[in-house]
Design a protein around this ligand. Structure first.
Ligand SMILES: *[C@@H]1O[C@H](CO)[C@@H](O)[C@H](O)[C@H]1NC(C)=O
Ligand SMILES: *[C@@H]1O[C@H](CO)[C@@H](O)[C@H](O)[C@H]1NC(C)=O
Ligand SMILES: *[C@@H]1O[C@H](CO)[C@@H](O)[C@H](O)[C@H]1NC(C)=O
Length: 490
């Protein structure tokens, strides 16, 4: 139970963790550098138009809907600026949502968002902003609980706050449902508790009391996260006359456990009822982004991730279920390593296949079911794309060649026949050996011009680089990049 809670809270920890990383000095990990709040200068006309806003109440007034004063707030720090941009691109913009404001923890976050023309205010706790705070000090914890403060400040100013985490996907516009649901607090249900990461809180007496109580709780117990505090505060008000805390319909507003796992959606899947999906119950920023990408929930085209006119790709499949978890894993990991080596030899980006996992390979799984995404990305982040990549709306029509269809090594043939598995009757281009060289690869495929080279499968094959320097470097990347993992990446 406790652990489930923690997964659900990842959004918070991620922000906290990264914020910490950003503001810690390099000399000692326990001292935070001075945080400087930019005062509005006497000559505002000389500021660039993108200069981040620093007056919180002015920013709220400017961007809230009128006359009902509803504002959608999301806290962002530098390391998660891309996820904020993604939230805008996938969830705000398509639904014409304009009454939002990103709240920057630190100046840099807002600078990054302002560069994308996204409204952002640099939020600082005035009391602590101008002095160094020490790790574990009260001031430090106050920074860590910045989400609670930014919400209670907005409530005090009379705004209704929709608070959203950044790892969120609005499949439909949630605002009509939220604003028409009565209650001091209306939240997404995170399997067994109110989710602090997606909720509406109204500036009613009880609404304000919830956040005041959360402030008190986290001051008293600095290690308490805001979701625990929220649920404690709500519990404390239960039964009070007129108090209303509502959980949103869990078939419409889904936590990550509900949508992806219980909903058996490991690859893009339709959901007619769904309005909002929280990409939680998975740990690490990289895994979240990978999962967003697999589900067409990512739209940040950084360095032409989707739209490169010149990048070339290699795709392959894992068409055989060998029937045993370990056999599947061994064969599919070996094939992936070969694909990455072939990709390197040809300067082609590997488009991932589906993998087999769960009870004798009965299920098609994404990469995070098998490997930890963070180390994988650190080594191969530039060299691969998610399985669904070619179907992403931003990817242009690419020329595809599907020959040669099948590289089979003798070892693979043995494995396949021993396991009595039938591979589709395809034209075979047999490697006739278990180990091929990068020179072979270039000789076979180097002349192909098409954007996507589709290979049938890569079982049992090892690619060896002629140059031992290149080979050693590649082996090192494999060693660091391939760390066994499970779906939730714990
Ligand atoms: C911030 O904006 C509010 C509302 O526009 C204004 O009343 C207040 O004086 C401003 N504060 C500062 C420090 O400029
Ligand atoms: C390799 O591919 C990248 C990405 O498309 C491209 O920018 C680069 O020029 C290519 N390198 C060579 C040596 O062709
Ligand atoms: C490769 O593509 C270029 C540009 O599209 C074309 O000029 C060239 O003839 C092609 N080469 C081959 C071998 O198809």
């Amino acid at each position: 139970m406790r652990h489930g809670y923690l997964w659900g809270l990842f959004g918070l920890f991620a922000l906290v963790g990264v914020t910490l990383h950003l503001i810690v000095t390099n000399s000692t990990p326990t001292v935070i550098t001075r945080v400087v709040v930019q005062e509005p200068h006497s000559q505002p006309q000389t500021w660039p138009s993108t200069c981040p806003e620093v007056n919180y109440s002015r920013a709220l007034l400017k961007h809230a809907s009128s006359p009902d004063k509803v504002i959608i707030l999301a806290l962002v720090d530098e390391a998660f600026a891309d996820m904020a941009v993604n939230l805008y691109l996938t969830s705000y913009q398509p639904h014409g949502i304009k009454n939002f404001l990103f709240v920057g923890a630190g100046n840099r976050a807002c600078e990054l968002l302002a560069a994308k023309d996204l409204q952002c205010v640099t939020y600082m706790d005035d009391k602590d902003s101008a002095k160094a705070s020490t790790y574990n000090s009260k001031a430090f914890k106050r920074k860590m609980n910045i989400r609670t403060f930014m919400i209670s400040d907005a409530l005090a100013l009379g705004f209704s706050v929709v608070h959203t985490d950044l790892d969120m996907m609005f499949l439909k516009n949630p605002m009509p449902t939220l604003t028409s649901t009565k209650g001091d607090l209306v939240s997404l249900w995170d399997d067994f508790v109110h989710n602090a990461g997606f909720l509406l809180v109204r500036p009613t007496e009880y609404g304000k009391q919830i956040y005041k109580k959360m402030d008190e709780l986290t001051k008293k117990t600095p290690s308490m996260d805001d979701q625990t505090a929220l649920n404690r505060a709500v519990k404390g008000l239960k039964g009070k006359k007129g108090f209303k805390a509502v959980a949103l319909n869990k078939n419409q507003f889904l936590c990550g456990l509900g949508y992806f796992e219980k909903g058996h959606r490991l690859f893009p899947s339709p959901c007619k009822e769904c309005i909002v999906v929280h990409n939680n119950w998975i740990v690490s920023r990289e895994a979240k982004i990978y999962r967003f990408k697999e589900h067409f929930m990512w739209a940040v085209d950084e360095r032409q991730y989707y739209t490169s006119p010149s990048r070339k790709y290699i795709a392959y499949e894992n068409p055989v279920n060998f029937g045993k978890d370990k056999t599947n894993r061994d064969n599919e990991m070996q094939a992936l390593k070969s694909a990455l080596a072939i990709g390197q030899a040809l300067n082609r980006t590997v488009i991932l296949p589906k993998f087999h996992c769960n009870k004798d390979g009965k299920q098609d799984c994404p990469l995070n079911s098998l490997l930890r995404i963070t180390p994988f990305d650190s080594q191969f982040g530039e060299n691969y794309r998610e399985h669904s990549f070619l179907h992403h709306p931003l990817v242009p029509q690419l020329s595809i060649t599907s020959s040669p269809l099948f590289i089979s090594s003798p070892q693979a043939n043995t494995i396949i026949s021993e396991n009595k598995v039938k591979i589709d009757d395809v034209e075979k281009t047999s490697a006739e050996k278990d180990v091929i060289s990068d020179k072979d690869v270039v000789a076979w495929f180097g002349g192909l011009n098409e954007s996507v080279l589709k290979l049938h499968s890569l079982y049992g094959l090892t690619v060896q680089f002629d140059s031992s320097t290149v080979g050693d470097a590649f082996a090192k990347k494999i060693k660091s990049g391939f760390v066994q993992g499970k779906y939730r990446q714990l």
